[in-house]
Design a protein around this ligand. Structure first.
Ligand code: ARG
Length: 380
C-alpha cells in the first residue's frame, strides 16, 4: 500500500498532463521555463497586453511556485521575437531532474533583462519586515575571514550574473579589511543564518551556496577618507560560476531610462543591524521612500559631507532605515512589468533611523558604464 502511494506520487509529480493550448492544439502542461516559445515572448518590454492575456490563457497551474503553461506557439501577430536559447531563470524547488543544460550567460555582461529580477511572488510576508523564504533570490551575504580564522558576514550584495556580485566599495576595501577581515566568500540562497534548512509553511529552501571570492574591484574613486563616500560601489568576481536555482537568481540593473522621483517607494533588504542592536539572522526588507535630494544634501553638508549627483537618499523616517551590516545590499524597485531592478547600493547614514535623516545610497544607474567596463576588464 505504502509503495503504491509513493509510486503514484512519483508519477504524479513527473508526468506532464496533456492540455489544449489557447490556439486549440493538443500539447503538454509544462514549466513556463521549459516552454521556449512562451518564454521568448517575455523578451518584449513593456509586455504588450495581448501577450499577457495569451500567457494567462496558456496557464495550466503551478508546480511549487513555478507557473505551468500549456506549451505552444503564440499566434503570429503576438510573437514578435524568434525563440532563441537562453539561460533558464528558475527551477521548481525539489525538482532537480538534472536533464536540462542551461545556456551559459556571458560573465562579462549583466543579466539579460528577460532572465533577471524575476518576481518570485513572495506571498507570505511575515510581520511586515521579514522577507518571504523565496523573496529577493539575488541577495548575497559577504563573508570575511577574521584574524582568528572564523567567517563573519558583515555586508550585503546582489548577484547580477553568474560570476559577479554588486556591492559597496567600503565592503571590500579600507577599514573593513583591518577591522573585520578579508572578503573570502559569498553566500547565496540564504534566508536564516541560524538554521541549516530554512522552511516556511511546509516548504523548504535548498541549502544556501557558499562561493569563494576570486577578486574584488572597488571603484577607483572611492576612499574611506572621503566623508561623502563618493563612488562607494564595487564588483566582486566569484571563483566559480553560480548555478541559478529557484533561490539563487540575478537581479536586473536599471536600464538607465527610468528616473526615480521623490516619494517613489523602493525596498532595501539585508541581514543588518536591527533595532535590538544585533544583526538579523533572517533576511529583512523595508520599504523606504526616495528622499528629496536637495534637502538631503543640506543635511549632510552640516556634517561636512558634500553628496554627489551619483548618490540617492532614501528613508528619513524614525526607526526605518538600513543599518550596519546592510551595506553593499540593494535598494530595489519592481518595475511596472513586475521585474525587479537594483537601483542603488547601501552606502552610509548618520547613525541609523534618525528622524529626518535618510540613508545615502550609490545610484546604480550612474555607474552602468563602469559596471560594464569592469565586468569586461576583470573577467579574465
Ligand atoms: N555603512 C553601514 C554598513 O557598513 C550601513 C549604512 C547604512 N546606514 C544607514 N543609516 N542607512 O553596513
Amino acid at each position: 500500500m505504502k509503495i503504491q502511494i509513493v509510486c503514484f506520487m512519483f508519477l504524479w509529480s513527473y508526468a506532464h498532463s496533456s492540455c489544449v493550448t489557447p490556439l486549440g492544439a493538443t500539447s503538454e502542461c509544462v514549466s513556463l521555463y521549459d516552454c521556449a516559445p512562451l518564454l521568448a515572448s517575455f523578451e518584449q518590454r513593456p509586455l504588450p497586453s495581448h501577450v499577457v492575456s495569451f500567457l494567462r490563457q496558456s496557464s495550466c497551474g503551478f508546480e511549487g511556485y513555478v507557473p505551468q503553461v500549456c506549451c505552444g506557439p503564440l499566434p503570429a501577430q503576438t510573437s514578435t521575437s524568434t525563440p532563441r536559447p537562453r539561460p533558464r531563470p528558475t527551477r521548481p524547488p525539489n525538482n532537480n531532474n538534472g536533464q536540462r543544460s542551461p545556456v551559459e550567460a556571458e560573465d562579462s555582461s549583466p543579466a539579460p533583462s528577460d532572465v533577471c529580477g524575476i518576481d518570485t511572488q513572495g506571498d507570505r510576508i511575515y510581520g511586515g519586515q521579514f522577507t518571504d523564504l523565496d523573496e529577493f533570490p539575488w541577495m548575497a551575504l559577504m563573508g570575511y575571514r577574521t584574524p582568528s580564522g572564523s567567517i563573519t558576514y558583515q555586508c550585503g550584495g546582489v548577484l547580477i550574473n553568474r560570476r559577479y556580485i554588486l556591492t559597496a566599495a567600503h565592503c571590500v576595501t579600507g577599514a573593513i579589511t583591518r577591522e573585520v577581515g578579508t572578503l573570502v566568500t559569498v553566500r547565496l540562497g540564504e534566508y536564516d543564518l541560524q538554521s541549516e534548512t530554512d522552511c516556511m509553511n511546509d516548504s523548504c529552501a535548498d541549502p544556501p551556496v557558499e562561493v569563494p571570492v576570486d577578486s574584488s574591484h572597488p571603484h577607483s574613486g572611492y576612499s574611506d577618507s572621503n566623508s561623502d563616500k563618493r563612488d562607494d560601489i564595487a564588483l566582486v568576481r566569484l571563483a566559480q560560476r553560480v548555478k541559478y536555482s529557484y533561490y539563487v537568481q540575478p537581479i536586473c540593473l536599471p536600464d538607465g531610462r527610468s528616473r526615480l522621483t521623490v516619494g517613489n517607494d523602493v525596498f532595501v533588504a539585508g541581514w543588518g543591524k536591527t533595532l535590538n542592536g544585533r544583526n538579523s539572522p533572517v533576511k529583512l526588507k523595508l520599504k523606504v521612500p526616495i528622499f528629496e535630494k536637495e534637502n538631503c544634501i543640506k543635511k549632510y553638508r552640516t556634517l561636512g559631507a558634500e553628496l554627489t549627483s551619483n548618490q540617492i537618499c532614501a528613508g528619513g523616517k524614525f526607526a526605518e532605515d538600513a543599518c550596519r551590516g546592510d551595506s553593499g545590499g540593494p535598494l530595489m524597485r519592481a518595475k511596472n512589468n513586475g521585474v525587479w531592478e537594483s537601483v542603488a547600493v547601501v552606502s552610509f547614514g548618520y547613525g541609523c533611523g534618525r528622524d529626518g535623516w535618510p540613508g545615502v545610497y550609490t545610484s546604480t544607474a550612474n555607474y552602468l558604464d563602469w559596471i560594464r567596463s569592469t565586468l569586461q576588464s576583470t573577467n579574465v
